[in-house]
Design a protein around this ligand. Structure first.
Ligand code: AHR
Length: 510
């Protein structure tokens, strides 16, 4: 039976966390399944432009509001030769992609992807292959992409249609090198030495770049913690970021445990920050390594029997663009997803970059059908709304609410919130993690109103909630789940919001 409880919070601008780096709202595009081919690139599609890109997908990516986009992998990058994707298409080789057991046609490479990014208005973040390759190949790509000097590589870039440098700012030194599944998997010592040497050489070529060292591919990895410490002992002076990757899913129908995922993400970030700062202390350095949370999402990676999903083609066939990792997200997933965004904002002082993994068809907020429509999954809504409304600086919102007991994480607050303040107004993002109880949340705005010296009123609200928490958007019913207005009002400097059980909401005050 569902009931309701009261919750209270305080919005005080003095509880400032940090200015929000727009890179917090990044995405990730990997050569995987139908992400590129039959996803963003489908030359025969009625909406395709002259370059073969689906314009319906471009419009949805713009609406989603993604800042930087990490490319081209993922596990894929650890076996990738970037040179295969440049030059005349007819001369590009078809290659086996060992990571996802498929065939890569190389019809889309660096130039095509950059032109797609120009269309969607996002910035390129490149991942390097430190699995089968090393420092020299990283330097070759950096010279090809960023150098203004006249060299063999930049001559080749010009011959391929681009005189101006790509000017890629952020570079990932490999992908998930701690994972035994990774092509060229290394121990922390070997990876740390390679990442440090590569970073030093890259900075000799382009001192303006920002570099990300691989952290753990999950908080549950047996090497988590020791990996970060050892890698940073080697790379501390050479890198700007350490990465975090984390995927969440509901296990065995335990929605309440799943709804605690934001707490796990928060612990992960805080643990990595503690380790990074302990390396700084040992080195007597004031430098602060930032977190690049460059893979996060809901992903039904583990089947109920404990096996991994997503590797359906381990037989003899090497298909082109197979349907892989095409998770269908329901309302419950979107509420947890919204809470993950709240968690990232709550750590905006140290998480200066994050990438939703991924964008189209592959564990994605946007789905497409070949020759058919493109539609928004449930997770699309919290991302697009948060990316648009979370401007300026992030502010902590302490909440007093009922708790529940998580098997893994102990006592967890049912209501979690964060606010952002910009020149035009204030946005509040809030989640009710309870599976049983609605929450009547009262937010004390008095400290905010005193600081601003003016009144605020509710100008925009969004509520994501479904009585059937497993409702989803599908090809047949693409608009089944969306957002509607929330019950929110300001009275005598108190903002009241009604939050049904399992709901996410955003309120804009101006
Ligand atoms: O996003 C899917 C995969 O998850 C990526 O290729 C890899 O980096 C991670 O394990």
């Amino acid at each position: 039976m569902s009931s309701s409880h009261d919750a209270s919070a305080r919005l005080d601008p003095h509880f400032e966390i940090a200015d929000i780096d727009r890179r917090l709202f990044g995405g990730f595009v990997e050569h995987l399944g139908r992400h590129i081919y039959d996803g963003i690139f489908e030359p025969g599609h009625p909406s395709a432009d002259e370059a073969g890109f689906r314009t319906d997908v471009i419009e949805l990516v713009k609406e989603l509001g993604v800042s930087t986009i990490r490319y081209p992998g993922g596990n894929f990058v650890s076996g990738y030769r970037w040179e295969d994707g440049i030059g005349p298409r007819s001369e590009r080789p078809r290659r086996l992609d060992l990571a996802w057991h498929s065939t890569e046609t190389n019809e889309v490479g660096l130039h095509e992807f950059q032109s797609w990014l120009d269309r969607v208005g996002s910035e390129l973040m490149l991942a390097l292959n430190l699995g089968t390759r090393g420092t020299q190949e990283a330097l070759d790509l950096l010279e090809y992409a960023n150098s203004d000097a006249q060299t063999a590589w930049t001559d080749r870039r010009a011959a391929n249609g681009r005189t101006d440098a790509f000017g890629v700012k952020m570079w990932c030194l490999g992908n998930e090198m701690d994972g035994p599944w990774q092509i060229g998997h290394k121990n922390a010592d070997d990876y740390g030495k390679l990442a440090s040497a590569t970073a030093k050489a890259m900075r000799m070529l382009d001192p303006g770049i920002e570099l990300v060292a691989c952290g753990s591919s999950g908080r549950g990895m047996p090497t988590f913690g020791a990996w970060e410490r050892q890698v940073l002992e080697h790379t501390f002076d050479d890198v700007d970021f350490i990465s975090c990757h984390s995927y969440y899913q509901e296990h065995a129908g335990n929605a309440q445990e799943f709804l605690a995922s934001g707490v796990d993400m928060a612990k992960f970030i805080e643990e990595v920050v503690t380790i990074a700062d302990s390396v700084a202390a040992a080195k007597k350095s004031d430098k602060r390594i930032m977190v690049s949370f460059d893979e996060w999402n809901i992903w039904y990676l583990h089947n109920e029997d404990g096996t991994e999903s997503g590797h359906e083609f381990k037989g003899g066939a090497w298909p082109v663009a197979p349907r892989q990792l095409e998770d269908q997200y329901h309302a419950l997933d979107a509420v947890v997803f919204g809470d993950l965004l709240i968690t990232l904002l709550q750590h905006a002082d140290r998480v200066r970059s994050a990438s939703l993994a991924q964008l189209v068809n592959v564990i994605a907020p946007i789905m497409t059908e070949p020759g058919g429509p493109a539609w928004r999954q449930t997770t699309f809504f919290p991302f697009s709304i948060t990316s648009r409304l979370a401007q300026g600086r992030a502010v902590r919102v302490p909440v007093d609410a009922a708790t529940f007991t998580s098997e893994k994480l102990g006592e967890v607050a049912t209501v979690n919130a964060v606010a952002t303040i910009d020149d035009e107004g204030v946005s509040l993002f809030v989640v009710n993690r309870s599976t049983t109880d609605a929450a009547a949340l009262r937010v004390d705005l008095a400290p905010l109103l005193v600081t601003l010296g003016r009144e605020l009123e509710v100008v925009e609200t969004h509520l994501l909630h479904e009585d059937d928490v497993y409702a989803a958007n599908t090809l047949e019913n693409p608009d089944r789940v969306g957002v509607r207005g929330a019950e929110a009002s300001v009275d005598s400097s108190v903002l009241s919001i009604a939050l049904p059980a399992v709901s996410w909401a955003a309120v804009r005050l101006a």
